[in-house]
Design a protein around this ligand. Structure first.
Ligand code: TRP
Length: 333
């Protein structure tokens, strides 16, 4: 049935509108005709948050958000990375054939090195081998990721092919990026700087679980200026961004109404932002309520995680059996 699809997300905070529109809605569609694995990458989060005091809550939050967004645990395998410790074992083996040079050349590693110069740990360096282990352990063929993760995917292919060559056995297929193309909705942040992302600061993000008050406050504070002075003037990027957000959640008529006002210089940003708030809030309210219901049901969450771990283990143990056999790791006595 279709492809083996896999994607992971680090539980370093709650999901925002950009995650939802850009990725999660597409996951929900993909689960209909592919074998999908979605997991919470808690091992990975330790590379930047070694003392993750909110780790447990964050994992539950992200699980609840995935479920609230429509990921169906009976169609997809939804699991927590550390519930599948075979991942760590495969990571160890892959590290034996991952070269320091290629790891040091990884763009994300170089970025992190300058961002956290006092904690350049080996986990950060070997982030790509851990990610390769996630992907290879299920022999996934499609990985929906953003541009910033494409190098990791390329390294996954390198590691997989290297393993196949080394042990002269065609075990790992090549995983390629799944591009949503036209369907990919990119949500910009509120500060005019680029895409919505939690690393850009909390005020830049509209979280799925934000209260209406929080949403309103952030939207009303979004960067604007003193308004257009010429008819049909080109929009500065921070205004264009607000239109993009409205367009993602509002009706075409509403967008057109404010486009016209922009074009004839009558737009009032206060009204414009109020409309954005109302449409964002109407869009997020049912999602927020579902998240809340699921998040407060530990018993259900526990069942989902257990079922996910069992399904993930089934696929992983088949791979690990082959890996151990090829490497020659077996119990001697
Ligand atoms: N590195 C990914 C990110 O930061 C998260 C991730 C971990 C992942 N393992 C993965 C994504 C495997 C896809 C496949 O977004």
């Amino acid at each position: 049935m279709g492809e083996i699809v896999l994607s992971g997300i680090r539980p370093t905070g709650p999901l925002h509108l950009g995650n939802y529109m850009g990725a999660v809605t597409n996951f929900v569609k993909m689960q209909e005709n592919n074998r999908c694995y979605f997991f919470v990458a808690d091992y990975h989060s330790l590379t930047t948050h070694p003392l993750a005091e909110h780790l447990q809550e964050n994992i539950k939050q992200v699980l609840s958000e995935y479920l609230a967004a429509g990921i169906d645990p009976n169609k997809s395998t939804l699991y927590i990375q550390s519930d599948l410790p075979e991942t760590a074992e495969l990571y160890l083996y892959l590290n034996m054939n991952a070269y320091i040079g290629e790891l040091e050349r990884t763009t994300t590693y170089k970025d992190k090195k300058s961002k956290q110069p006092t904690n350049i740990n080996a986990g950060l360096l070997t982030y790509p081998t851990l990610m390769a282990a996630d992907i290879l352990i299920h022999r996934a063929t499609k990985v929906p990721v953003g541009k910033d993760q494409e190098q990791h995917l390329e390294m996954t292919r390198t590691f997989g092919n290297r393993f196949n060559r080394m042990y002269n056995y065609d075990l790992f297929p090549e995983a390629t990026a799944y591009n949503f193309g036209e369907e990919l909705v990119k949500i910009p942040g509120l500060d005019g700087s680029g895409k919505m992302g939690k690393s850009e600061g909390v005020d830049n993000c509209l979280y799925l679980s934000d209260s209406p008050e929080a949403l309103k406050k952030k939207i009303m504070k979004a960067l604007t200026d003193s308004g257009p002075t010429q008819m049909n003037q080109e929009k500065p990027v921070y205004i264009e961004n607000l239109f993009t957000i409205l367009n993602a959640v509002g009706t075409n008529d509403t967008v057109q109404y404010f486009e016209d006002q922009w074009n004839n210089c009558t737009i009032r940003y206060g009204d414009f932002k109020k409309q954005i708030f109302e449409d964002v809030n109407a869009f997020l309210t049912p999602i927020r309520e579902r998240i809340h219901d699921i998040r407060s049901n530990d018993e259900y969450l526990g069942k989902v995680a257990k079922q996910g771990a069992e399904q993930a283990r089934e696929s992983a143990s088949a791979t690990m059996k082959e890996v151990r056999r090829l490497i020659g790791i077996k119990s001697l006595f």
